[in-house]
Structures are given as C-alpha cells and as structure tokens.
Ligand binder design. Structure first.
Ligand SMILES: Nc1ncnc2c1ncn2[C@@H]1O[C@H](COP(=O)(O)OP(=O)(O)OP(=O)(O)O)[C@@H](O)[C@H]1O
Ligand SMILES: [Mg+2]
Length: 354
C-alpha cells in the first residue's frame, strides 16, 4: 500500500524528533493520526499513543480547530486550553507543519502553564488587595483634609479630632507598607537558612513583656510554662520575635478581654534515631475560635476571618503570611487547631541546635 511506503520514512524521523524533546511532544500524520509520541507525552496521557487518532486522545474542540488551521495555512499556531487529567490544568498546545516529502507531518507540543497562570492570578489579586487596603485610609485622610480646610478650619475641638483620625490612618498605612516591605525581603531570602542561636524561652518572655506594655487589657493574661534546660534553636532572633509577637498578640486580641492565653514550650525527642530534637511551642487561647474552612487559608496575605474586627484592631492581615515565610526560612512548622466558641491553638515547631 502506498500509505505504508509513505509512512515509513517519516516514522523514524518522527520518533527522532519527539525523542529529542524533554516536554510532551507528538508527531501527527496529515490525517491527524499519531505517528510518534515521546515518553513525557505518554506519561501525561497514561496510554500508548502511537497509531491513535489525535482528536480522540485530546478531546478538545480548540485543539482540532488549531490543527486544521495549521494544515491549511502551513503557519505554526499556539492555543491555550484547560485539560482535565487528575486535576484541571492549563496547557499551551503548539503545532507546526514540517514538510518531509512525500508527506507533510505536524509536530505538536504541550506545555503545562498552570503554575505561570496561578502566579499571574495571585499577582493581580495581590495588587488589587494592596490597592484596596490603601484606598480606605486614603479616603478617610482626604475627607479629613477637606473638612479641616473648610468647615472645621476655625473649630479647635473638631481640628483635634480630625488630626487624631489622620494620625491613626497614616500609622495604618505606614504599618502596611512596613509589612509589605518585610514580606518582600523575606521572600528574597527564603532559601537562605538563618545562622543565629536563639533562646526561645527568653525571647517569648520579652515578647510578652512588650505586648503587656502596648495595651491596657493585655497585662497578666499570657502565661508561659517552659521545661527547664531547653536547648537553643537555630534562628534569627528578630524574625522569631516577629512570629511570636504576632501569634501571641492574635491570641490576645481575638479573644474576650481578660481570658487567658497559655504558652507552653517543650522539647520533643526525635522519633528517628540520629535526628535532632525539636522545640515545640503551643499558644492556646480561650477566644472565639475559627471554623475549619478558614484554617488552611490563614497564612494567605490579607486573609482575615472577621475583616471588620481585624481592621478595627489596626491589623494589616499580613501577620500570619509574614510568620509563615519566617518559619519556612527556619525550616519550621506552624499548625492551627481551632474550635468555634472554645478557642484556638497554634503549634510552632523549630529545630534545636544539637
Ligand atoms: N487566635 C486567633 N483566634 C481567632 N482568630 C484568629 C486568631 N489568629 C488569627 N486569627 C484570624 O486570622 C486572621 C489573620 O491573622 P494575621 O495575624 O495574619 O492578621 P491580623 O492579626 O488581622 O493583622 P496583623 O497581624 O497584621 O496585625 C485575623 O484577621 C483573624 O481573623
Ligand atoms: Mg496578627
């Protein structure tokens, strides 16, 4: 059959072509039958591809349209499409015609661009969030300035009130910009492990003291219990201070005034022989608690369970995102456990210097 003679030459060339590529690639005949497919392509579809009809393997109308256009025009084309394997993922399918007499063949490659799309989506969400967070204090400031220029110009009482409001809003913006900068710095050095030596018991003691000095309803609520002779952890003291300051402050501020916050520090022997022990810090409050659905999202930037409450307390919603970055850099862990109406417990695990 002439078809067999025609296919013979391209088949070996086709196999050579796709095997030279490290991403999913296939060669199709002019009739869109798969002549050759490389290992990444077979792994993606989890079936043997050679000899199959491409349209039946990749059932997507955009892919078929793209191939038809390539066959007709001879020009290469790329289309982006969602394909469902175990999960839904976004692929860029590129197709180009190769003239290999006696037949034209089509080289098809697939690139998984889901990560880029996710990154782009989270970048634009982030920019939208930052703009939104800055807009509300700016609106308040603009309103206050207008009032001070107009109706309140000669009213000393109103002037004081508006200046107080402006001071609060500028402080909020300054905190937000500070937190954004520290997030950016942490992201840049996330892969560099810290080299310092930190006494966590002393660090938490000083965090409690500084929190107690910051608000009238905090003193006496946070109680720390630590086993004696705890080893030091490998870390950066300033960064770990930021983590525990945020966690202990969250426990204090998202619970009823006067309710206790229990902080326990212990050394947990490693289950694997030869591995170093861990230092485990738990911070438990008897506060309002959170529903389970929130727990996995707490470390997202600007994620707040109760938006009004957090803003009213002056929070930026970046505290836990910063804490998570710091702990990643420390190769540490942070786990949340919470029950509505009962309270929240955060467990932080750090590596000790053995
Ligand atoms: N112990 C807790 N109890 C109840 N809710 C909590 C607790 N810790 C955190 N949350 C919830 O998680 C959200 C995110 O916390 P995060 O520390 O990131 O931000 P924040 O406290 O609002 O602001 P910031 O830390 O910048 O002051 C909070 O707004 C709050 O809704
Ligand atoms: Mg916080």
């Amino acid at each position: 059959m002439p078809d067999t003679i025609h296919m013979d030459v391209p088949k070996s060339v086709a196999a050579g072509l796709v095997n030279a590529l490290s991403f999913p690639a296939m060669v199709l005949s002019g009739q869109l039958r798969i002549t050759a497919a490389n290992t990444p392509a077979r792994a993606l579809f989890e079936i043997e591809l050679a000899g199959k009809d491409f349209v039946r393997v990749l059932r997507h109308p955009d892919a078929l349209d793209c191939l038809n256009r390539v066959v007709q025009s001879g020009e290469p084309e790329t289309v982006t499409m969602e394909l469902r394997f175990t999960t839904r993922r976004t692929f860029e399918l590129s197709a180009g015609l190769i003239t290999l007499p006696p037949e034209d063949i089509i080289l098809v490659t697939l690139a998984d661009v889901s990560a880029e799309i996710d990154a782009e989506r989270s970048r634009s969400t982030f920019v939208a969030n930052v703009s939104h967070e800055l807009r509300s204090p700016l609106t308040t400031l603009m309103g206050a300035v207008e009032t001070l220029q107009g109706p309140a110009r000669d009213d000393p009482k109103a002037r004081d009130m508006f200046l107080g409001l402006m001071a609060n809003e500028t402080a909020r913006m300054s905190r937000l910009v500070g937190d954004l900068l520290s997030l950016a710095k942490l992201e840049a050095k996330e892969h560099v492990a810290p080299a310092g030596r930190v006494d966590i018991t002393a660090l938490i003691k000083s965090v409690i003291a500084s929190l107690e000095a910051s608000r009238a309803d905090y003193p006496g609520r946070a109680v720390m219990t630590a086993a004696g002779g705890l080893a030091a952890v490998r870390g950066d003291a300033d960064e770990l201070t930021e983590v525990f300051q945020n966690l202990i402050e969250n426990a204090l501020k998202y619970s009823t005034p006067g309710s206790p916050v229990k902080i326990d520090i212990l050394q947990r022997p490693s289950a694997t022989p030869g591995r170093k022990d861990k230092l485990v810090v738990t911070i438990a409050d008897a506060g309002e608690g959170m529903e389970r659905k929130h727990l996995g999202r707490l470390t997202e930037r600007f994620y707040r369970v109760d938006k009004g409450r957090s803003r009213e307390m002056g929070g930026t919603g970046l505290g836990l995102a910063i804490s998570k970055h710091i702990l990643n850099r420390h190769r540490g862990r942070m786990v949340f456990d919470s029950k509505v109406g009962v309270g929240t417990r955060v467990t932080v695990t750090l590596n000790i210097i053995g």
